[in-house]
Design a protein around this ligand. Sequence first.
Ligand code: NAD
Ligand code: MG
Length: 389
Amino acid sequence: MRSISIFGATGSIGVNTVDLIARQGGAEAYRTVALTGGRNIARLAEQARALRAEVAVTSEDDLYAELKDALAGSGIAVAAGRAALLEAADRPADWTMSAIVGAAGLAPGFRALRHGGTLALANKESLVAAGPLLMAEAARHGATILPVDSEHSAVFQALVGEDMAAVERIIITASGGPFRDWPLARLAAATVAEARAHPNWSMGLRISIDSASMFNKALELIETREYFGVDPARIEAVVHPQSIVHALVGFSDGGLMAHMGPADMRHAIGYALNWPGRREVPVARLDLAAIAQLTFEAPDEVRFPALALARAVMRTRGLSGAAFNAAKETALDAFLEGRLGFLAMAEVTQDTLARLGGALTSDPDSLDCVLDMDHLARRTAREIIAARG
Ligand code: NAD
Ligand code: MG
């Protein structure tokens, strides 16, 4: 019986993962080691009971008693807090889903690699902040990392059986989000409610806002580089409002392999769950005649400056990805709290990178180095936000 753990089980990716596991036999077919969540204790407890998990962990210390009550009599162990998340990652599992949002997902995923199993990586922030370290850790322990971003799963699938030496370019698509057509002046005043309304994908709050600002695509450009080891000059993003083509790989003979599918993360999650095989996944089947048109346009780096910032990060590498992500997360917090305008998120991120300057160029030799930079960049970004008044 295959053993699994899910970090961030109660979120958008986590719920879809639990749904697929339930459809593939649930507790009869899988031994669930650990499920983790945040503040949604009722959902975490329900998932833990349904999959008969060995341990359920909330990241929130103050919710320990509530989780304990919710799982009373179930025989499921309960724990809370950051250290407990890491302990959960220390329990061996054959397949681990990394679906915590933000840099908080980095350490648990890193720890899970030590068992040499498979890490299904939805937490793109891990690759942005610590790509080379993560890949080296996986190699050291014979672990496999599988992409669970729709674009990167698409690239991965288009590369099956191919020689990387023949890859000329990788193109990831972007829907353009809710603000694809908005002029700059209107973007400056965009609200949280407007930014979270993604036209095609149903996702967690933070990634939805990141999609509107194209910070999500910026993270994904870096993710592509770190995952596939391709020179940044060979990585492109193209706006494709229908979100049907998720990515394309261009080869040296001019051929382009495109991956298409509905905008449903269960495809990418299911691919990572069943890899190297495929199994039935209940996503809608595309009716291309009904869709009729697939359109593409160049992204506008003036209205969406996050893309240019990603290019700079890919050039500097070192600790710049960790700083970029941390500054972006801090700016996003301020936007969500109404303390920062929509376009100011990119300005704060850019100013943070500029202020940290030379400190970004050295290559981290440990996860602690990355986490130190994460803290420094958050503090710097907070100071920059405070100074803006
Ligand atoms: P979400 O906000 O819906 O869920 C996040 C999960 O992480 C929840 O279980 C939450 O309780 C937990 N969590 C939040 N903060 C935490 C913390 N500090 N410590 C521990 N746990 C914490 O997010 P999501 O949309 O499911 O995204 C999860 C990850 O997957 C992100 O890295 C995101 O970029 C990536 N991703 C998501 C989608 C999508 O369609 N939602 C697509 C591609 C990639
Ligand atoms: Mg994506």
